[in-house]
Design a protein around this ligand. Structure first.
Ligand code: 6PG
Length: 265
């Protein structure tokens, strides 16, 4: 049964303006969730793009830090590299340096994927943690208030890489995934979990992503080679925060700072 996703895109002049917008988005989603339900549960990605936004969230001279009641925020990861938490490739390490080490978030609110463990063990332990934190029963799926995603130039998101086994994992919440192109293991949320979130946004910058962004949202549906196409939130809405360089090949976006695409698949 085809499904239409309304993709809302917002285009910022450059990477700094994009990071400011991302920090604002995260602060708004967290404060809105806390206002509505008393707590906020979000999942963040790693890689390089979100680092500046995390630094801005932590910066006392910026307007974002004070908007968040950090004791009511519960932080999860979308994915993690299977490395120790102090390894240069660790998403947790990047987040600790940019954000966690600078904010008063209680340690017990931070749910790290244990990249130092055997990948399958780390995945099953994280799945158990999600079941506990979200008080899930049976086949229930956790609903994050916000999921922040990135996109690789190969069309991957989270650690859902082209032609990798995780693309077919729909009955699990968290899986270990071997990434042949990187000859390494990852732990990742599965795409049904991501799609179950209240709000999902891609944070994408740079000209290197312009072509794949166009292919993902304007090209034929080929999720096995463009896994970002699997991201079709249950809410029917998906948000893209882009800089001009990344948006440069989106049709009709020239000169615009926002717009929508109706994507039916
Ligand atoms: C990771 C991320 C991954 C990332 C993309 C984009 O662990 O690397 O979760 O999905 O978002 O690879 O990475 P950049 O932001 O570095 O381009």
């Amino acid at each position: 049964m085809p499904k239409t996703t309304t993709v809302h895109y917002f285009i910022k002049q450059d990477s700094e303006a994009l990071s400011v917008a991302a920090a604002d988005w995260i602060a708004s989603a967290v404060s809105d969730a806390i206002a509505a339900r008393g707590i906020a549960r979000i999942a963040i990605s790693g890689g390089s793009t979100p680092k500046r936004a995390f630094e801005l969230l932590a910066d006392p001279n910026q307007p974002f830090r004070s908007r968040i009641d950090w004791a009511r925020l519960f932080l999860f990861w979308v994915d993690e590299r299977c490395v120790p938490p102090d390894h240069p490739d660790s998403n947790y390490r990047m987040t600790r340096e940019a954000l966690l080490s600078k904010i008063p978030i209680p340690e017990q609110n931070v749910h790290r994927m244990e990249g130092e463990l055997d990948p399958e063990e780390a995945a099953s332990r994280y799945e158990s943690a999600l079941r506990t934190q979200f008080r899930l029963e049976g086949a229930e799926v956790p609903r994050f208030d916000l999921v922040q995603l990135g996109m690789g130039d190969d069309g991957h998101t989270a650690s859902l890489f082209p032609r990798s086994a995780a693309l077919d994992s729909m009955m699990r919440l968290v899986v270990a995934n071997h990434v042949q192109a990187k000859d390494s293991w990852r732990v990742t949320l599965t795409w049904p979990v991501i799609n179950h979130a209240s709000k999902v946004f891609f944070l994408i910058q740079g000209a290197a992503k312009a072509g794949v962004l166009r292919d993902v949202f304007q090209g034929p549906y080929r999720p096995e080679i463009l896994p970002s196409q699997l991201i079709r939130p249950r809410s029917g809405e998906l948000f893209l925060l882009l800089d001009k360089a990344a948006a440069s090949q989106l049709p009709n976006s020239a000169g615009q700072d926002s717009g929508t695409l109706e994507v039916t698949r």
